[in-house]
Structure formats: C-alpha cells, structure tokens
Design a protein around this ligand. Structure first.
Ligand code: CA
Length: 256
C-alpha cells in the first residue's frame, strides 16, 4: 500500500427524524480522496445514488492514478472532475434503466489532496470547509436556491438561515447525462484541517460551533467527527448528518 497522504475520519448518521440514511461518506487516506454524497429519491433510491457516486468515483480515480501516479496540479483537478462526471453518468444510467430508481440523484462534494494542493469538486449543497489558524472558511458555494437569492441580494444571510426553501438544490448528480461540476484548487498549508459535510450538519450548526469543535478536538479527528454529529443531533438532527475530516501530510492509515 502506498504511503498515506493524510489522516482522516468519516462518519455518517441517520439523525433523529429520518427513517433511513441517504448520505454516504468516503475517505481514502492513501489516495487522498474524500467524498460526501447526500442522496435523494423515493424509497431507497437516494441511498443507491449516493453509494453509486462513491463506488464509481473510486473506480475512475484508481484507474487514472494507476496510469499516472503523480499527475501535475492541473491534471489532478481534471481527473477529479472526470471522476465526478463518470459518477453522474453511472447514476443517470441506473435511473434510466430501472423504474425503482427513476429521478434518483445526489449532491456531491469531493476533495483530492495531492502534492501541494487540495482539489475541490462539488455539485449541490454539500460543502467543504477549511479550518486554518483557528478560522473556518467555506470554500464551496452551494448550488441552491437560497444561495442564488443571497448572490442576487434578495436575501440577507439572516433571512437565508431561516428560509423554508433552503433545501432546494439547483444542481444535482444523476438527473441528466452530464452535469456542470464546480472545480477549485487551493494550496495546502501546514496544519490545515478540511471538513466535508452534508447539509444535515451545516443546517443544524452555525460556523462558530463547528469552529469551536474543531479547535477543541482537531487533534483527534475521530473524536471531532463524533462531537460534530452529536452536536447536530442535539440541535434537532432533522436530516441525515455526514462528516469527513482530513489533515494532510501526516501518517494516518494502516501501512501494512
Ligand atoms: Ca441532506
């Protein structure tokens, strides 16, 4: 097994209201790949969509990195984007071919920590935050109705946080043969901590609470992930809650 590029923790929880968990999480410390997907669709289709997104992304990334183990920064971002596009297509095809899965979809946020950069791809309202020098910053901009209204000045942040339409996404994976993927890259700095989450976390906890938890427990990512999920449940747990945490550049996975 290759050397770990990060130490990570991944946790998903049904929450206190929903009857099942449609979120899926993934963290591969050796590949540097982190994913949160928040599925949607009738019956159990949401779970199928979010799980399929992760399986397909992994397959594509593994194959690409087997061919090119040390891609340059631009290529690494393109690989990540291609993997998201392949996952979108896999969900779309599954939904087209089986009536039980018609119209299933998922949001997705994926981080790829490689070399000196973190690459971030997202579709929908799952988020990636960076915790650096005690400051929490959201690096993704939701593809949601509320975000569009914020951008146009039609909502204040206060109105947005209370809006009843806050869960309406304007982009999702699996609904069409191709999807528009937002891709960004940022240079890593020592002691950065990255948080990927579904809206079941970011809707229940304000950023100050998230930052305080990361400040207190950031040296133990498993504990920090449990504390975040617990806090979201204590705040009501109205939706499935998913958290992936990662710190680059530390030995983390079992190397045997
Ligand atoms: Ca959700």
């Amino acid at each position: 097994m290759s050397m770990p590029v990060l130490v990570s923790a991944a946790l998903t929880d049904r929450g206190r209201v929903r009857t099942h968990n449609e979120d899926a999480v993934h963290a591969d410390p050796c590949m540097g790949l982190l994913i949160v997907a928040d599925g949607m669709g009738g019956h159990k289709a949401g779970e199928v969509a979010s799980a399929l997104a992760i399986v397909r992304m992994r397959e594509v990334m593994e194959k690409a990195l087997a061919n090119d183990p040390e891609p340059d920064t631009h290529t690494a971002g393109e690989l990540l984007k291609d993997a998201v596009q392949a996952a979108n297509h896999a969900i779309f095809e599954a939904a087209e071919s089986d009536p039980r899965y018609s119209n299933m979809g998922t949001t997705l946020v994926a981080g790829l920590i490689m070399g000196q950069h973190v690459h971030v791809a997202h579709v929908g309202d799952s988020r990636l935050y960076r915790f650096r020098d005690g400051q929490l910053e959201c690096l993704t901009s939701d593809h949601s109705l509320v975000q569009e209204m914020l951008d146009q000045g039609l909502y204040t942040p206060e109105q947005a946080s209370r809006a009843s339409n806050r869960n309406i996404v304007t982009r999702a994976m699996g609904l069409q043969a191709e999807v528009e993927v937002s891709l960004q890259q940022y240079p890593l700095e020592q002691a950065d901590l990255y948080l990927l989450c579904s809206d079941g976390l970011s809707d229940m906890l304000d950023e100050d609470t998230i930052a305080l938890t990361l400040h207190q427990f950031g040296d133990n990512l498993d504990k920090a992930a449990h504390c975040l999920v617990e806090a979201a449940n204590q705040a009501g747990g109205r939706d499935n809650i998913s958290v992936v945490l990662a710190v680059p550049g530390k030995a983390g996975c079992d190397a045997d």
